[in-house]
Design a protein around this ligand. Structure first.
Ligand code: SF4
Ligand code: SF4
Length: 421
């Protein structure tokens, strides 16, 4: 058993303070779809009173988003995420993972199979077909997700020459405004496949703020989707490969996906406190943290009403709340606000929106409704799954509101200010 495991659940005193923070409990009203009920199921599983073949156990744990919204509101400090990870790993050891999850993992994260998948997805997206086919049904929603991953017009400049594996080198670095530090970019799989424009904006905005971004070519998927699916050994294998890939470098490892960042910061825990894993995890920084450390430098004014929706894996898992707002507030003229229910999950949660589409959409619906009650010009969030889920939900509701990573908006402001000249 890994450190943590089920033992972090013992502190639960059944007070129920967590229930109103749980999106699946709010969606169904079922105690077993809330943290307190799931904790009882997991403890019964640990004691052997429920077996891995128990349908109710698997059903209610599968329906958990893993958003960890229940953790910060818990007065007893229950380590819900550790317990869920342990339970899912044990269930997977006993019953395997669904075929659809296997296919999705292979299509999105396996470097051998994912490149043609991403190439086809980009073709569908960039031809405009995904946007045309976007809608409410399962297929239409998937097309809406793909359409939401597009770069904004004028963004996503290429600053590099692509070489083996699609990893650019010879990066162009804008003139820094302060002392230069070197940081290493973590590219990930979905981020590299569909959001390379966010990498461009990351490199550009960090450059303006005195960071020189370097590439590490042998890095692999962070393993977050594997860990969430209960494939702990697969996640450990990927962690080992990434630790080896970054071992010869020093300095911060910069990440622009909340899900990847949370996973990379958990490598110490995942690898039982192995010293090299702990050292690696301590180097990981979200791009908004690095930018906020330097201000960041202001850009040109943009008259925009922006609402920021916090990704669970940034806010709850990494406890990063202010830095994304500091990035957005570096844009003079931007009216920056939080969405009404910013701390609550949008229902994306890795493969969840594919594996549990009905509950995922039920969780998303009130958030979209609240956004549309006072619609912004742009919605900002800092995780690829959230960008796609929120973008698809807004399109399905008939709203043309783009969803952007905060660094894309700061990049737009820097371009307008001629910072890259
Ligand atoms: S808030 Fe914490 S202690 Fe209270 S029921 Fe939820 S998990 Fe248990
Ligand atoms: S992780 Fe999220 S969905 Fe799961 S019990 Fe906690 S608040 Fe509810």
């Amino acid at each position: 058993m890994t450190r943590g495991g089920f033992s972090g659940l013992d502190a639960c005193v059944h007070c129920g303070f967590c229930l109103q923070a749980c999106p699946t409990f709010l969606a169904t009203g079922d105690e077993a779809d809330g943290p307190r009920g799931r904790i009882e199921l997991m403890r019964a599983f640990e004691r052997g009173e429920l077996s891995s073949s128990d349908q109710g156990l698997a059903y209610h744990l599968d329906r958990c988003l893993g958003c960890r919204g229940c953790e910060p509101v818990c007065p007893s400090g229950v380590a819900y995420g550790d317990g869920l990870e342990e339970a899912r790993a044990r269930l997977v050891e006993a019953r395997g993972i669904p075929r659809l999850a296997q296919l999705a993992l292979s299509a999105l994260t396996n470097s051998m199979t994912s490149q043609p998948v991403y190439a086809l997805a980009r073709l569908l997206r960039d031809s405009g077909l995904a946007g045309t086919l976007a809608g409410k049904g399962r297929f239409g929603f998937a097309m809406g997700m793909l359409a939401a991953s597009a770069a904004e017009v004028g963004g996503g400049r290429r600053r590099s020459v692509e070489v083996g594996g699609g990893i650019p080198r010879n990066l162009h670095h804008p003139s820094p405004t302060s002392t230069t530090s070197t940081v290493l970019l973590f590219r990930g799989c979905v981020m590299q496949g569909l959001f390379s424009h966010v990498h461009d904006a990351t490199i550009g905005t960090l450059g303006v703020n005195g960071y020189e971004v370097q590439e590490v070519s042998s890095q692999v998927c962070c393993g977050a989707l594997h860990a969430h699916a209960g494939l702990r050994e697969g996640a450990r294998l990927l962690a080992g490969q990434n630790i080896a890939a970054f071992a010869s470098s020093t300095g911060p490892i910069v990440v622009n996906s909340a899900g990847c960042g949370a996973q990379l910061k958990a490598y110490g825990h995942l690898l039982d406190d192995a010293p090299e894993a702990v050292r690696f995890a301590a180097r990981v920084r979200d791009v908004t943290e690095l930018l906020a450390d330097r201000g960041p430098a202001p850009g040109a004014p943009l008259e925009l009403r922006v609402q920021y929706d916090a990704p669970c894996h940034l806010l709850h898992a990494q406890r990063i709340a202010e830095p994304p707002l500091a990035v957005l507030r570096a844009i003079p003229g931007a009216d920056v606000r939080l969405t009404v229910d910013s701390a609550q999950c949008c229902g994306s949660a890795g493969l969840y929106s594919t594996l549990e589409p009905e509950l995922s959409r039920t969780v998303l619906a009130p958030k979209v409704e609240r956004i549309l009650a006072d619609p912004p010009d742009i919605l900002a969030t800092a995780n690829p799954g959230c960008v796609m889920q929120l973008g698809a939900g807004l399109r399905a509701a008939g709203a043309e509101i783009p969803v952007r990573h905060p660094v894309e908006l700061l990049d737009r402001s820097y371009r307008a200010a001629g910072r890259y000249a």
